[in-house]
Design a protein around this ligand. Structure first.
Ligand SMILES: Cc1cc2nc3c(=O)[nH]c(=O)nc-3n(C[C@H](O)[C@H](O)[C@H](O)COP(=O)(O)OP(=O)(O)OC[C@H]3O[C@@H](n4cnc5c(N)ncnc54)[C@H](O)[C@@H]3O)c2cc1C
Length: 376
């Protein structure tokens, strides 16, 4: 049984851990936080699975990866076997009449980027009313993306933790000092594996100098008077936003995107912009209650594309940016292929070189006792 050590048990670490269990590996996850902590970026995510709506932000190759990963989601949800809110009923893009040029601009940008891979589907009249009757009162038309989906982070993350806590070894509350091929160095001792996979998100920044954090803010509203069946995006030149419906009339309104690594609570300006834009979409939000606001920094490289760095004994997955939920099934599947010595489906993801710059943990921590987590 190959022993895989996963550094970081956030979104990517959990998704990979689950894929590695299914592939028959012995899995150990090590994280600085307690198992039930909600501190990782994965808990801040809205869980939108939106290759088309997000396509403006990336290139054709990234789009193909995003679509391939979206196709993996239904099987993932089934194989997890614990109830998770997941729907693939599409999403819609709307704009206020004065902002129609912005929606036209987005449509043209997508058409140019995706070529024959995309035919715009406008919904007006009764076909639009049938999708979102309450929004059809306010907006005359919508651009519809029928294949897009949504997964509930607050269901998914605990469900994966439960499975991994039962079937893998989860070493919690253990800050990682450094990693090296086959080794994870923590405060008290180091752990030896056949292969280490670094899924520390922004926590890996000391080893990945080009990694940056992109701050995002979300507000969760309880709005009993609002009925929305699927994620809705507002095309606006200054305040673009999405509203993701969750069960029990909870709506996530997000998400700002700021070039900052500040984890300070949501800014007044962002809250005002997000909430006024939400109210402009549906007057029922006026009577809603703010149940939560979350702030986190998305790990991103300069080109905003995810990357897998691999060398014997050590693989790093990072730069999931705005698309961690969308892309993690594919990234996990590709990493399992690397661990099995198989060819990748998307080799352009792979960077085959050492990305640690001058970091020699073996010399820095020569006296740490080494242990081999044994198969359970
Ligand atoms: C507001 C917001 C909305 C988003 N919405 C969406 C969305 O709708 N759809 C989508 O696809 N994506 C979305 N994302 C993006 C998604 O959440 C991220 O891409 C994803 O969470 C990154 O996963 P990760 O595993 O790389 O990092 P994380 O989830 O942050 O996990 C990193 C883990 O490593 C651990 N760690 C770090 N350093 C150390 C250390 N030294 N020692 C031990 N442990 C360590 C941390 O404790 C953490 O558990 C959103 C992000 C934000 C902020």
């Amino acid at each position: 049984m190959k022993r895989i050590g996963i550094a970081g048990a956030g979104l990517m670490g959990r998704m990979l851990g689950f894929a590695c269990l299914n592939a028959g590996f012995h899995v150990t996850l090590i994280d600085r936080d307690p198992i039930n902590s909600k501190a990782s970026c994965g808990f801040a995510g809205a869980g939108l699975l939106a290759p088309w709506c997000e396509a403006e932000k990336y290139d054709q190759a990234h789009f193909e990866m995003a679509c391939a990963s979206l196709n993996l989601w239904p099987d993932w949800v089934r194989s997890i076997g614990i109830p998770i809110f997941f729907q693939q009923t599409g999403s819609v893009f709307v704009s206020h009449q004065q902002d129609w040029p912005e929606l036209e601009r987005i449509t043209q940008a997508l058409a140019q980027k995706l070529g024959s891979r995309w035919v715009p589907q406008w919904r007006t009249g009764s076909s639009w009313q049938a999708l979102e009757p309450e929004c059809a009162k306010k907006f005359d038309r919508a651009l519809y993306f029928p294949e897009e989906g949504q997964v509930e982070a607050w269901d998914l993350m605990p469900a994966l933790a439960k499975i991994l806590n039962e079937k893998a070894t989860w070493i919690a509350k253990r800050p990682i000092l450094a990693i090296a091929p086959g080794l994870i160095y923590t405060e008290r001792k180091s752990f030896k594996f056949d292969h280490v996979v670094d899924c520390r998100g922004l926590g890996a920044a000391p080893d990945l100098p080009h990694l940056r954090g992109v701050r995002g803010e979300l507000v969760a509203l309880h709005a009993p008077e609002v009925r929305l069946n699927r994620p809705l995006r507002l095309a606006h030149p200054r305040f673009p936003l999405y509203i993701a419906p969750r069960p029990d009339h909870i709506f996530l309104v997000g998400a700002s995107q700021l070039e900052s690594e500040s984890m300070a609570p949501i800014a007044l300006r962002s809250a005002l912009e997000l909430l006024s834009a939400a109210y402009s979409i549906h007057p029922g939000f006026a009577e809603s209650h703010i149940v939560n606001s979350s702030v986190h920094c998305r790990p991103a490289f300069a080109d905003n594309r995810p990357k897998i760095f691999s060398q014997p004994g050590l693989t790093r997955i990072n730069g999931l940016y705005r698309h961690g939920f969308l892309l993690s099934p594919l990234l996990a599947q590709e990493t399992v292929r690397i661990l099995n010595g198989q060819g990748m489906m998307f080799p352009e993801l792979l960077i085959k070189e050492e990305c640690c710059e001058g970091n020699e943990p073996g010399k820095m921590y020569p006296n740490l006792p080494v242990s081999n987590p044994s198969p359970t």
